[in-house]
Design a protein around this ligand. Sequence first.
Ligand code: TMP
Length: 226
Amino acid sequence: MSKPPVFPMKAPARGAFITLEGGDGAGKTTLLAALAGRLRAAGLECVETREPGGGGALAQHLRTLLLDKVIAAGPVAQTLLHYAARADHLEQIIAPALAGGQWVLCDRYFDSSHAYQGAGLGVDSGLLDTLDGSIVGDMVPDRTLLLDIDPERARSRQAGRGRSPDRYEAQPDGFAERVRAGFLQRAAAEPDRFRVLDAGLGPDALIAAAWTAIADLLPPDGRDGA
Ligand code: TMP
């Protein structure tokens, strides 16, 4: 029987994989930056990224195609382009960062495909599950923060942005409501992975709620945060 090593190797540190989800205008991007700042202040290395667009040049080109409402693309074509961008993102950014022990904070991931293309546009969930099986595999987030917002309130926030709506913001009435219901359904089905946060909270209360929602993933000496 072989002897245990005198200096046992510590298991390599693995960062946590956190995704932020929610309808357009929920405030994910602002929360993600604040959360990343707080993780860094707690001494953790952290990569901020997003979908679609995170990854290499391919994913960035795909983002442009996907958001351009002038380019016709049916729901299935959109789905395949989102997963092509996701495959590139996983390969170029997410998998290497996690393997290197970094935390990954990602603004949208596969739950957005289920909410937007699935619940919003009617793509068959069997297709989405098949794509998840081959492209996402076991790269499932450790925690997903769903910023839940009433679509009416989100629309008034977006109106103040001063830019023209993209493909998904320009969808007809009822789309944002279906997307919201799709997200909430996924959250209800996976309560261990999801935490639902009220996107109507003020910025300080929202970051405090987000920190509490990931506290169990933090190393014991980082839990008090900055
Ligand atoms: P955002 O960067 O402003 O969140 O815009 C990305 C848009 O793309 C947003 O409206 C949601 C949409 N989207 C999908 O429809 N499916 C997806 O899988 C992802 C990641 C995003």
